[in-house]
Design a protein around this ligand. Structure first.
Ligand SMILES: Cc1ncc(C[n+]2csc(CCOP(=O)(O)OP(=O)(O)O)c2C)c(N)n1
Ligand SMILES: [Mg+2]
Length: 371
């Protein structure tokens, strides 16, 4: 094996150890207020709760599928909270923690995975594009969007920045590599945020790259940095800096968040068939929530009453998630035509009317719910 394999001990930026100790880093000072830190804890707990409920709802037949974020909360919440309202994010399909930070309701995510919507939210309203299942393609969408930001002149210290999320597996995809190159040569204001959760369904990391993922950026001519992806402080500080550098015209950065997918790939998958439980145990010790809990408790920045209030809020949210999921309305059959194009289109109008006639041919069906 060459020296620089993906197996080597990761050289990563960590600001909060698994034991909950702060680590000083000259380039990434932690300038967060106690209130902001408690807010991050709340985010982590609540997004995990939404995720846990969604997995259970899928098991009860209420969702067609769910892609769990378990273990990746810190990577998502840290980077999501680094974004400004005017920034734009292009996610993959398990970025529920980023969705939370962008104000996308759990209802919209559940609707998508229940199969009752084809999207579910307005990307412009939230600065959060639709989930993308086609691996890696959102990296190109983000780069194109970032080049648009440049052309609109929306750059500078207070300008807009773009971020895109993808996995370790996506780094083997042509689209991702094309995006890296386009972003580099155009100096596009985009941050590539790779959640290296060690697995692409059943394919382990060593099948994706012979070098640590963050080092790939050097070949394209922009900086790459690896962070402890289970450390919400590192995720926030490093992403904030990368976004700022993008805003100020210094082009893209690749952030590799070194983390672990604690759950199955999706609810359709059974990871016990291809990975060892010892690996899971090892990562359990690096849990993103327990380390922030330890930090808050040990420093006295949060007391029992605070933790109890978050627990109560989490219970309430869980109940709300279950209620909201079960009461999501089924789509009306003709809705499929509504958001296909921004403007009316004669061919689509014809298809719509043919389909309406077809529905009407079933006695009693199609007319009620159909129009
Ligand atoms: C272009 C394309 N090829 C294959 C697939 C099937 N597929 C779905 S998820 C996945 C693995 C992705 O792994 P990774 O990028 O590491 O993301 P993760 O699921 O671990 O978050 C694959 C191959 C797809 N959705 N799109
Ligand atoms: Mg992966």
């Amino acid at each position: 094996m060459p020296e620089n394999t993906s197996h080597e001990e990761p050289d990563l930026i960590q600001l909060l150890t698994p034991e909950g100790e702060l680590v000083e880093h000259p380039d990434y000072p932690i300038d967060l207020t106690p209130e902001e830190i408690r807010g991050l804890y709340r985010d982590l707990v609540l997004v995990r709760r939404i995720d846990t409920e969604a997995v259970a709802l899928q098991r009860q037949g209420e969702l067609g599928l769910w892609a769990s974020l378990l273990g990746q909360e810190a990577a998502q919440v840290g980077s999501g909270r680094a974004l400004r309202p005017g920034d734009m994010a292009f996610p993959s399909y398990r970025d529920h923690g980023v969705a939370w930070c962008r104000g996308v309701s759990h209802k919209s995510l559940l609707g998508l995975y229940r199969g009752v919507t084809n999207g579910g939210w307005d990307p412009a309203e939230h600065g959060f594009h639709l989930y993308t299942i086609v691996i890696g393609s959102q990296a190109l969408h983000a780069t194109g969007y970032a080049m648009g930001v440049q052309r609109d002149g929306a750059v500078g210290e207070d300008g807009e920045a773009v971020i895109t999320y993808f996995g370790d597996g996506a780094t083997s995809q042509g689209d991702t590599n094309e995006a890296f190159n386009f972003a580099a040569v155009n100096n596009a204001p985009v941050v590539f945020f790779c959640q290296n959760n060690q697995w692409a369904i059943s394919e382990p990391l060593e099948r994706q790259s012979r070098v640590p993922i963050y080092r790939r950026a050097a070949g394209f001519g922009f900086p790459g940095v690896r962070i402890d992806g289970n450390d919400v402080f590192a995720s926030l500080a490093v992403t904030r800096k990368a976004l700022q550098s993008a805003r100020e015209g210094q082009g893209p950065t690749l952030i590799e968040a070194f983390t672990y997918r604690m759950g199955a790939h999706t609810t359709n998958d059974d990871p016990t068939r291809y990975r060892m439980s010892a690996e899971l145990e090892e990562w359990r010790l690096k849990d993103p929530i327990s380390r922030l809990w330890a930090y808050l408790a040990n420093t006295g920045l949060a007391d029992d009453a605070f933790f109890a209030s978050i627990e109560a809020e989490s219970e309430e949210l869980a109940e709300q998630v279950r209620r909201d999921c079960r009461s999501l309305p089924d789509p009306r059959p003709l809705d499929i035509f509504t958001h296909t194009y921004a403007e009316p289109h004669s061919h689509l109008d014809r298809q719509r009317s043919e389909f309406a006639d077809y529905l009407a041919s079933f006695e009693g069906a199609g007319t009620e719910g159909g129009r």
